[in-house]
Structures are given as C-alpha cells and as structure tokens.
Design a protein around this ligand. Sequence first.
Ligand code: NAD
Length: 383
Amino acid sequence: MAAASYQDNASRMRVAIVGLGFGAEFIPIYQAHPWAEMAAICQRNSDHLNAIGDRFGIPRRMTRYEDVLADPHVDFVHINSPIADHAWMSIEALKAGKHVMCTVPMATTIADCEKICDLVATTGKKYMMAETVVYSREFLYLRELYQRGELGKIQHLAASHPQDMDGWPEYWERMIPMHYATHVVSPVLGIMNQLAEYVSCFGSGTVREDIAQKSGNRFAVQSCHVKIMDSDITAHIWRCLYDVARQYRESFDVYGTKQSFEWTLVEGEPHVMHTAKQPEPEIPRKVSVPDFAHLLPEPIRKFTQSIQDADHLSFIQGGGHGGSHPHLVHAFLSALRGDRDPWPNAVQSANWTCVGLCAHESAINGGAIVPLPAFTLCGKAPT
Ligand SMILES: NC(=O)c1ccc[n+]([C@@H]2O[C@H](COP(=O)([O-])OP(=O)(O)OC[C@H]3O[C@@H](n4cnc5c(N)ncnc54)[C@H](O)[C@@H]3O)[C@@H](O)[C@H]2O)c1
C-alpha cells in the first residue's frame, strides 16, 4: 500500500474500546492511526473509566455497553472484556450493526461461535478475533520464510503456552486450559493458512482441588494433536494454567525439510534455526527475528517496540506479544476500509477457537478423535 494513501483521513472509522485493562493498550495506537478515530471508551467502573479518559483525552465515556451499541458515532467495537463476555458482546454488537474486533477467544461454546458466524453472514458486518500471536514478529518472519520457500516443505508444527495464572483476575480459575488455546492453535494453522479438521487430546496431571472444582477440569496439562485439513500435517499443542512450574512461554516451532525454527526455552534469549545437510555442529544457529514495523503506517510503527502504557500484567508476563498490537489495529482498519474480510475472519476465528473446545471434549473422553464442526470448515480469508 502506498504511504500517501495513509494520509487520506476523510473517512476515519470510529472505534469504541470496551474493557480497559488490556484494552487500554490499544488507545494510543488508535489515536495515532490515520484511519481511526478513538470515539468512545467503556467499562463498568467509572473511576477507572474517568482515569483512563482523562489520561488519553477521550470525552465520550460509558459504563453501560448498551449505550455504546446505541451510539451512532461508533462504527465498530474492540472488545477486551473478560472471556465470558466475549460472545454475548460480539453477538449484540453485530445485531446493533457494529463491526467487531474481539480479543481471544471468540467464545467458550461451539454454539456461540456458530451464532457469531451466522450473524456475520446475515448482517455483512466484519468480525475479527484479535489474535496477537499471528501478528507477532516471530510469526510474520516464519510465514515470510515459508512463503519464500526457505523452510522447504513443512513436516510438523508445535506450539506451547504454559502460563501461571495465579495473580490474574479470579475468572481465570474457572477456565479450562484448552478453552484458551488460540495462542497455540493460531500459529500452527495460520502459517499455511489452513483449517483444523479433527483433534485428539490427552489430559495429564491434576490441578489443586479448588481450581478443579471451580473450572470443572482436573487436568494440569492438556496436550493435543491437531490434524490440519487438506494437508499431511499434524500439529502438537499444549496448555496449562495452574500448578505447573514453568516460566510463561508462547512458543511456536516449525519443522521444514530445509530449515526448522525452535522457540527459545527461556524468555528473552535467542530462538534457534536448524539448517539441513550441514556438519552436525553447524546445523543450529541462534537467530534474531526482524521487526515488521515497515508494513504499518508511519505514525503507529513505534508501537511494535513500545507501548505508552505497557504496565498490564499480560505485557510483563507476555513479553509484549511480539509487537503485534499495531498490526492487529491496522489489519482490521484495512479490512473495513477495503470492505473485505479481515484475517482471521469469523469462520477462521471459530475454527481456531473450536480446536480448543473440541480438544477439551476429547481429553475428557480419553483422547477420542473429535471432528471440528462443519460450519468452521469453509470460508477462510486469504492472508
Ligand atoms: N495476548 C492476548 O491476546 C491477550 C492478553 C491479555 C488479555 N487478553 C484478553 O483481554 C481480556 C481482558 O483481559 P484483562 O486482563 O484486561 O481483564 P480485566 O478483568 O483486568 O479487565 C476487564 C475489563 O473489562 C471491563 N468489563 C467487564 N465487564 C464489562 C461490561 N459488562 N461492560 C463493559 N466493560 C466491562 C472491566 O471493567 C475491565 O475494564 C481477556 O478476555 C483476556 O483474555 C488477551
């Protein structure tokens, strides 16, 4: 896209951010983006709402979500509320004629994923799940290498997301690891832009009794194989939320015939690239992953490296999400402006989310193969 077109701000899309914990990280990005207008903010507690509104100079503030949906000055909502609220908020926004960008996961039931896909189909509004991993610099780097043929044929994919959720909001204690699996599902499906066909998942170990009671899940770790549709590839993903001693990690490994990429074991250390047919000691080499800020309009490039308000626990524990936030904002605005599907669109978001939902079903049935629902198997957007 030519840089000059970024200057055309005749039709800025007006966004309301809903949920101002993690959601507040996106405010300075929308404020700087030439195609966006930071129209309104919403959260239930008016003290924090006013503190954020004053800090960023946003006059339109709402404590009731209904008021956001009734506001004709809002074109789309960017939902960053707790997980249980993602589905109903997305559904109500689509019914109210708003486009939706929603943080992960899309929903916690297959029925709600289907409702969102149906509404997108009938209203013509856009829906994008704001999956940080597939806009991280590591993912963008690996996809570029893959598309250039530098990895060769992909033979296997793997991803892990251990994270100790003690200290996070209480609703995490009611979560099932695989119900928040999109950070591991999305890269293994996204790199070849494929969908998942079926899964088999095993549970391992046990969480402490109060967590097991609250969540309805006893497994400490859930470990899943994902059969990727229209390919000969199976990916391996695993998740845990409590009672496993492991530093936070959102890893993504790609095994190709020419080169393979393995994520560092320790946050902040270099990743490793293995090259085939070298003398054994020369096969692995530590790589530094380039930044992809050049793909963005100039005013938001700085946000791949730093965020003005980067004190949210997810930033500290999540390593800044690979500089993904300005890419997410730009991807959705580009889709709205170009009147085309965002990536991921609703069907892909549903497929990625349902992998985790089906995986948990498989785990409680001893690893039985569970097919992805049919409505998630067609209609993906190009990358
Ligand atoms: N890498 C990532 O993709 C990533 C990282 C961090 C958080 N998240 C997601 O972001 C979401 C928010 O996480 P958080 O840590 O900020 O949570 P949080 O509980 O700290 O904040 C939730 C916010 O939503 C608001 N809210 C709740 N119910 C509301 C309602 N009915 N109407 C309006 N506002 C309401 C709250 O007032 C608060 O501002 C979660 O779903 C989480 O999964 C994603």
